[in-house]
Write a protein that binds this ligand. Structure first.
Ligand code: DX5
Ligand code: ZN
Length: 218
């Protein structure tokens, strides 16, 4: 079954614990945590301290999406803070293979992510080592942006590559995901859907997750 990963970027941070519990009770599979450094992306969000607070609040896997320059500097800190999946941008490091390998050595699952404007070929050298492949369907930096339609074809291509390899890696999509496009993403081969505003911008959270789940199942 398709996994749902609510992004806390759109949550109310004055009551983060409640918002995490609402996601968990609403049937979320992972919690997606967006780390931004004001350099790789224009926005600044949170660091290991907040990941560690999430870790104490939920038992769900923490899916930590690093939108930071040279992520290799912080891999250990985020794994120590409780990241279950640690995902690095191919554009953010000249040592992508080393970063992916290091995440696995540290005992977390390794993800690799591409911006919408990056050739899928950047994935090839690390595809066999990745536990998660994340396709950005918006330009990263902010929640609430519109889904870029060309992302669907990119998901289809990566699905084919993973199947050819016999890889069991998760294929995740992030950005502008909602009940209107969830089904087409699943049909294209996505196994994990990230959703921020579609989960947290209206209430109750459990209803939004249920609507997303229904849509994903078709
Ligand atoms: C964007 C982040 C996303 C964001 C998605 O840079 O990586 O995870 O929270 O938010 P929505 O679902 O609102 O596009
Ligand atoms: Zn994200």
């Amino acid at each position: 079954m398709t996994k749902l990963a609510p992004s806390i970027l759109s949550a109310d941070f004055t009551r983060l614990g409640d918002q995490l519990r609402a996601a968990e009770e609403g049937g979320a599979d992972w919690i997606h945590v967006d780390v931004m450094d004001g350099a790789f992306v224009p926005n600044i969000t949170l660091g290991p301290l907040v990941v560690e607070a999430c870790r104490r609040t939920t038992s769900l896997p923490l899916d930590v999406h690093l939108m930071i320059e040279r992520p290799e500097r912080y891999l250990e800190d985020f794994v120590r803070a409780g990241a279950s999946i640690l995902t690095v941008h191919a554009e953010a490091t000249v040592h992508l293979h080393r970063a992916v390998t290091r995440v696995r050595e540290l005992g977390a699952r390794a993800g690799v992510v591409l911006n919408p404007g990056t050739s899928l070929e950047a994935l090839r050298p690390v595809l066999e080592d990745a536990n998660v492949v994340l396709i950005m369907s918006v330009n990263p930096g902010f929640g609430g942006q519109r889904f870029i339609p060309q992302s669907l074809e990119r998901v289809r291509t990566v699905r084919r590559w993973l199947d050819e390899l016999g890889s069991g890696a998760e294929l995740e999509v992030d950005g502008g995901v909602n009940a209107g496009n969830a089904r087409s993403l699943v049909e294209a081969g996505a196994t994990v859907l990230v959703a921020g505003s579609a989960v947290y911008n209206a209430h109750p959270v459990a209803d939004n997750l249920a609507a997303l789940r229904r849509a994903a199942q078709g």
